[in-house]
Design a protein around this ligand. Structure first.
Ligand code: ADP
Length: 695
């Protein structure tokens, strides 16, 4: 452009003669056309704008977001993406990264480096090059301006006045020198300003790059974390699968044990002396079941699979039930148990009764278990829909270092070790973990304060909304049959004991029963037996329960009601394609009431009941606790002091002769079996204190 302009201006002012003057514009055009490729050839195409064609990945400009043909896009090293020619020419922030040596400053610097000696190079970098470039631009303009002014002044002078001409020249020279000085200072000031802006820009670029690197490293860390989380999730799922498989294996035999114990318990013909054995089986079974469920609970809560089963709860009845559960235990240990209710309790609240019971049983169980003397207090306060349970004991307390990890799984403290060494049953260290997790899940909080040697105080605060307009709870009925047509039930389970348990339970109620030991057998029996209802186990060798249900439904073989009776508690939460709902699942060990209610509701049965039993939530009548006469007590104490088990058992035998003391003897026998002589002494001391003349 420069060359073409110079040539055409020169032609226009007549430097190349009058005949060339009219062709000035064409000279400019021709010069540009010829010189451009010549410059490209001379510089090896370094400043040529078009980049080599690259395989374009996208056809969208990264700035304006519009689609272009690939020829209109180029890769921009500043944005590291495709950019269109318009955005490229308008962008001022890229600093021409794609052609770093093409800028005027860079070309000038290159020229100076070639012209000046090597020793001048550091000065060039410090801004000398830039300064010289400015001066090269300023000086001709300044010279031209002053020259023109001087020329005008000279023309205005009378011809031959040499003295004034000299004076004029001298003053113009002084003015030029002054202006030159000012131009130099201004140019240097501009160079410095530019330099500092450049340094700031470089610093900002450096910081941006560091930031980008930081972001990139965060992204990588995030990816690694995500991967680690996925691995942990997979491990957790494997653990859950393992736990659910184990629970299935344990629940299946337990189902038979507990089921038969329930049947025996309900049998009026069982002799009194065997009834206790049945009770022990039931209690042990229940304990085992709670252990399995505890482990399952932790797995389920951790896996986010535990959902709360919110339903109305008779709150005062519930409190009584809890008290009735722990009062005899505390009495049996020779410690007191106080229930203090602060204010009124609502008749009914909405909560998950099973989980609430689990939390309180755990805390109260610990308090009674670890307290050797003194007592346990359960305080219950209900205010503005918040229930606050306080469990205070006068036990050994918890040292501060244990207090920190008390809610961690499998943490058993010094209190547990002390009670284990005195013969009491050891805990698993899971109870408080589950209780805390459940409290958190229910949106509440659990706190603990403890002073070693003085006792502990556990506080649980829970939101238990009151339910108004409560309908009277239906009394529990003992079903002995039903009215109407006989119903046919098909029991599908590969475990013969489980099938027989259900047969023994359901046949006496008037159902017609058939059994199938596998999915295939079930399908074979359907056309002949035409059941109204099918009890289906899920885990069976060969065709499992799901597949059997699918074939039944898809083949239109039967439209019987189906209830799933499974030992795997996790199945309930599974989505299934055969349309089984959560309420159609009954987990083993089967709760007889639940199963019969479900059957009654689905088959629309009208039950015939034998009698009306009290609600399970209401407290059982307190057992009679009468202490033997002081003489008998003292005789027993003498044997305890000797530590002579046979003697103790002999004295207890004597006391048992009076049936009024049955409860006392039972408690003492249990303590004697565990060699808890201190507790026995404590009970006797209290009993003697109650007799006014005894010492
Ligand atoms: P465990 O089933 O072994 O009792 P927990 O999780 O319920 O397990 O309790 C963990 C530990 O906390 C116990 O081993 C015991 O050392 C301590 N602890 C819990 N409650 C009390 C309490 N009321 N008094 C003293 N120590 C307690």
């Amino acid at each position: 452009m420069g060359i073409a302009s110079l040539l055409s201006v020169a032609a226009y002012v007549g430097l190349f003669g009058e005949s060339v003057q009219p062709w000035a514009t064409f000279i400019a055009l021709g010069a540009a056309l010829i010189t451009s490729p010549l410059i490209a050839w001379a510089t090896g195409g370094r400043y040529y704008l078009a980049r080599p064609a690259n395989p374009v990945i996208g056809h969208t400009c990264c700035i304006c977001g519009k689609d272009y043909e690939s020829e209109d896009l180029a890769h921009c090293p500043a944005y590291q993406e495709q950019i269109c020619s318009l955005c490229c020419s308008l962008d001022a922030r890229c600093d021409d990264l794609c052609k770093p040596h093409a800028r005027l400053g860079a070309q000038w610097g290159g020229l100076l480096q070639r012209l000046l000696p090597g020793s001048a190079r550091p000065y060039l970098d410090a801004g000398l090059g830039h300064y010289l470039l400015l001066m090269v631009g300023i000086l001709p303009v300044l010279g031209l301006l002053i020259g023109l002014l001087y020329y005008q002044e000279v023309l205005a002078l009378p011809a031959g006045d040499l003295a004034r001409l000299d004076a004029l020249r001298a003053s113009f020279l002084k003015m030029s020198a002054g202006l030159l000085l000012i131009a130099g200072v201004v140019a240097w000031w501009l160079v410095l300003t530019h330099k500092s802006r450049q340094v700031a820009q470089e610093e900002s670029n450096r910081q941006t790059e560091l930031l980008m690197r930081e972001i990139e490293s965060h992204r990588r860390t995030d990816e690694l974390l995500q991967k680690a989380k996925e691995t942990a999730d997979q491990a957790n799922q494997a653990k859950s699968r393992y736990i659910s498989a184990i629970s299935h294996e344990l629940r299946t035999p337990l189902n038979s044990i507990l089921g038969y114990a329930q049947i025996l318990d309900a049998d009026a013909e069982i002799p009194e002396n065997r009834r206790q054995a049945v009770n022990v089986i039931r209690r042990s079974g229940d304990h085992l079941l709670s252990l399995i469920e505890g482990t399952l609970d932790i797995a389920r809560i951790e896996g986010g699979k535990l959902t709360l089963d919110l339903r109305p709860l008779d709150f005062p009845g519930f409190a009584q039930e809890i008290v009735a559960m722990f009062e005899p235990q505390a009495r049996g240990k020779g410690i007191s148990f106080d229930y203090q209710q602060i204010g009124e309790l609502p008749a009914s609240v909405r909560t998950d009764p099973r989980r609430l019971r689990q939390i309180l049983i755990n805390l109260l169980g610990n308090a009674v278990k670890f307290t050797a003397s003194g007592g346990v207090v359960l305080r219950l306060k209900y205010q503005r829909e918040i229930a606050q349970f306080e469990i205070e004991d006068s036990g050994p307390g918890i040292p501060p270092e244990e207090l920190e990890r008390i809610f961690e799984p499998f943490s058993r403290g010094s209190a547990a070790q002390a009670s284990a060494s005195s013969g009491a049953a050891g805990g698993t260290g899971l109870g408080l973990t589950i209780a805390k997790m459940l409290t958190d899940l229910m949106g509440g909080e659990m706190k603990v304060e403890s002073r070693p040697g003085q006792g502990s105080l556990f506080q649980v605060r829970l939101y238990l909304p009151q339910i108004h307009n409560v309908q009277a709870a239906s009394p529990r009925i003992r079903r002995v049959g039903y009215v109407g047509v006989r119903q046919r039930l098909l029991i599908v389970d590969n475990e013969a004991t489980d099938r027989e348990f259900l047969v023994n339970l359901l046949e006496p109620l008037g159902f017609q029963l058939a059994q199938a030991a596998s999915g295939q057998e079930c399908l074979d029996q359907i056309p002949r037996f035409k059941p109204h209802l099918i009890c289906m186990d899920l885990a069976m060798p060969g065709m499992d329960g799901w597949e059997t249900i699918r074939r039944l439904r898809e083949g239109g073989l039967s439209d019987a009601e189906i209830v799933i009776i499974s030992a795997n508690a996790f199945d309930q939460g599974n989505d299934n394609e055969v349309g089984m709902r959560a309420e159609d699942f009954i987990t083993k060990p089967v709760r007889i009431d639940d199963l019969l209610s479900w059957i009654g509701q689905r088959l629309k049965l009208e039950w015939v009941s034998a009698d009306v039993a009290p609600e399970p939530a209401s407290a059982p009548p307190p057992t009679e606790w009468r202490t033997p006469p002081p003489d008998a007590l003292r005789a027993l104490r003498a044997q305890i002091e000797l530590g002579y088990p046979r003697g103790i058992s002999g004295k207890l035998e004597d006391i048992a002769a009076d049936p009024a003391h049955r409860e006392f003897v039972e408690v003492m026998r249990r303590l004697a079996k565990q060699f808890q002589f201190d507790s026995m002494q404590e009970i006797i001391r209290k009993a003697l204190a109650e007799h006014p003349h005894a010492t």
